[in-house]
Design a binder for this molecule. Sequence first.
Ligand code: PHE
Length: 460
Amino acid sequence: MGSTKNVFASKIGAILAAAGSAVGLGNVWRFPTEVGANGGAAFILIYVLSMLILGVPIMVTEFAIGRHGGEDVTHAFQKMSGGKRGWRWMGLLPMVSGFLVLSYYAVVAGWTLYYLFEALMNGFAGKSPDEFTNDFVAFSSDTWQPIFWMGIIIAMTCAIVALGVQKGIERSAKVMMPQLFFFILVLVGCSLTLPNAGLGLSFLFSPDFSKVTGSVVLSAMGQAFFSLSVGIGCLCTYACYFRKDVDLMKDSFSVAGIDTLVALLSGLIIFPAVYSIPGLSPDAGPSLVFITLPNVFQQVFGGIPWLAYVFSLIFYLLLVLAALTSSISMLEMSVAYFHKNLHLSRPVAAVIVSLVCLALGIFCSLSFGDWSEVKMFGLNFFDFFDFLVAKFIMPVGGMVMCIFLGWVVDERVLRAELTNNGTLRSPLYSTYRFIIRYIAPLCILLIFAHELGLAWLDWL
Ligand code: PHE
């Protein structure tokens, strides 16, 4: 077994690693897609509210459970419950979720890597709008190509996780996160100078409440969960590596703040770009960043080819970085379990978990082509995994964790963990406790009942 300690060496390393997990394709790809599909600014307002009422409190909850567990997420629940054996089963949550979430996330991450490669080879130059559409469909429904690129993403993730908590996860977050911010700012700057950028801004910032329906509210809450990586034990796993002097409440606000900022900035890159060409629509769905945007880059910068080249390159580099910092946290969830419980070395655990994810990922990748007709409960593999994680495990996991900390754990243990044994004032402690005891479980129950009701109706 490796001799490096399983602890983030610095406070900033801890924040950046957690922010790296949160900031991902959920921000740069899923957020603009959802905003576009759900009518813009009104959706964003509800999303920010969901972050504050559900996202941040559940993040604090995960941090508290994880750090109390100290280096071993699998026994963290049992330890915090004061030794109640039934809670040890919750230790399986991150392990199982890690496999599920990485297996489908890596498919889209693989697409981003392929698009980065295309951008690097100047493969977008001179393509017509139809060619962009046809090429994306041909690529994503191909049998081997997407699997190949997914394999590379998984291999990169595996190499970083195998290096360990400090040398792999923390160091990569410290290198990649500042680059990510830099690229975002450059792209926002360019995007805002495009013709008609104002139309994109008003789509993003002037709310039209007539568009708000029950399903818009549900989508906003679902997006908040996914984007913050909460409810599946991912942040619990990272918090096991936090030092005892980290202020868990303050850090939760920092991470949620960074995550929301990146999502909004991604909107500032994407919507002005979409509106810069008449006839393109902001609700193009998941293909927005793979069809609409490369097309936009060619058309608006077409007169200055090197600018189109650089803009595309930076954009896909940004997507790959965002995807990687998140996939690292996903792999770590399962690797931590195998490392601790089966006493495998980190590299061996990382390789085994990666291979299983690759195998499951193949099923998800083929959902876009050869196996698009193979269905489970009416969904193809990719959509089924996404449904299972984002619409089922995340809300239920989040609710169980709130009930656990709000009702099962001795209040003194919780208070000691959040105030670092009384050394911090934590003025929001009582509000937080009220939310996790009453508000969050109730809200989640409502979302969940509604989602399940809809799915059930669909199924009938
Ligand atoms: N939050 C990540 C994103 O926005 C996705 C994620 C989900 C990461 C669950 C880890 C765990 O892309």
